[in-house]
Write a protein that binds this ligand. Structure first.
Ligand code: NDP
Length: 343
């Protein structure tokens, strides 16, 4: 089977690419520049015969994907997860919204018109498209979000709100564009949406400097490593998370699992509070003794009845199991400290 993967050089993308290659697939990686393609070739030297590249510098341009979706032998599955998430490189809200939404629509159009053998398009959405961020975090009874929930944010709020609102809305409206395309255009392929919460865990190929660490992991670095013992632990928001390696497995299983077709699948491990992350890092890295916020060790810093998301479908349909908190945060912590030393 040949697979097209957008955003292959990103934090999640590189892990997905590694898993696909290991599973024997032949993969065309779509990236924004030749230097990013060369970087991937260097990371996976033993898979040269199973890899090629498509360069799409700007996915908002109509027809941007028309060439790269064509191949001989043809693609049977497309994985689309290129989307802006690195806040530091965003100057206005449209920088999140337009590439996410138009990128998805342009890709789906290209597949329909130029890649008739494609049977499935898998879109990496987010729990940002599921959760209501205006609702209280803790309730009685506890709120358990499922795949039938949608973030109620409107497009006007996304344009007028802060960057976080714009990012979350970009994921909602891009995913919706996918479902609407299927309904209106009735293409030959089915659509699958994978909705992860925050993604943490070691980078497949560690960033060279702190400035290049991806958005979710750099928040761990800033809040828990590059901090002080008496700093406030990051409060609000529930750290619902998934390890990047488990999420990469979920994407590969979504390629091969027939019943995943037309499903919206939340792929989340569990909630972890800031306090628990702090305790894990402090107990595993003596050098963090004077840096990581102490808080109230041994407690759980989440409000009572804090919402959660259901991972029932991911376990049932994709047969997923999840790595432990230790595996995720200790391996990540070790890597972040090494990157810091080399920076
Ligand atoms: P990264 O920033 O590491 O990777 C994002 C990928 O998308 C890169 O390949 C990047 O290319 C590409 N990209 C970014 N902006 C654009 C753009 N304007 N046009 C074309 N390509 C672009 O992010 P992650 O790996 O963390 O995210 C991967 C996917 O997972 C995204 O869809 C994200 O929304 C989703 N997600 C991430 C979560 C997380 O906690 N990390 C949580 C939930 C969902 P380049 O290197 O050229 O910038």
């Amino acid at each position: 089977q040949r697979i097209l993967l957008t955003g292959a050089n990103g934090f999640l993308g590189t892990h997905i690419l590694a898993e696909l290659l290991k599973a024997g697939f032949s993969v065309r990686s779509v990236v924004r520049s030749q230097s990013k393609a060369d970087q991937l070739s260097r990371i996976f030297p033993t898979y040269a015969s199973k890899m090629d590249f498509g360069i799409v510098p700007d996915m908002t341009i109509p027809g941007a994907f028309n060439q790269v979706v064509q191949a001989n032998p043809p693609f049977t599955t497309v994985l689309h997860q290129a989307s802006p998430f690195f806040f530091a490189s965003i100057s206005k809200n449209e920088d999140f919204l337009l590439p996410a939404i138009e990128g998805t629509t342009n890709l789906l159009k290209a597949v329909k018109e130029h890649a008739p053998e494609v049977k499935r398009v898998i879109y990496t959405s987010s729990c940002a498209a599921v959760l209501n961020f205006e609702a209280p975090i803790g309730t009685n009874p506890q709120k358990v979000y499922t795949d039938s929930d949608w973030n109620p944010v409107t497009y006007t709020q996304a344009i007028e709100g802060n960057k976080a609102i714009a990012y979350r809305a970009s994921k909602k409206f891009a995913e919706l564009a996918g479902w609407n395309f299927i309904q209106e255009e009735k293409p030959n392929f089915d659509f699958v949406s994978i909705n992860p919460p925050m993604i943490y865990g070691p980078m497949h190929s560690p960033a060279a400097t702190v400035a290049e660490i991806n958005e979710s992991n750099v928040r761990i670095y800033n809040n828990f490593i590059n901090s002080t013992t008496d700093a406030e632990l990051p409060p609000g928001g529930v750290h619902m998370y998934v390890d990047v390696r488990d999420l990469a497995t979920a994407h590969v299983r979504a390629v091969t699992t027939k019943e995943a077709g037309s499903e919206r699948i939340i792929v989340s491990s569990k909630a972890i509070s800031s306090q628990e992350i702090s305790d894990l890092l402090r107990s595993n890295f003596p050098e963090l003794d004077k840096r990581t916020p102490v808080g109230k060790p041994g407690t759980i810093s989440l409000p009572e009845g804090a919402y959660t998301v259901s991972n029932e479908k991911a376990k049932r349909m994709l047969g997923l199991t999840f790595r432990s908190d230790e595996e995720c945060f200790v391996e990540l912590g070790k890597q972040l400290l090494e990157i810091e030393k080399g920076s």
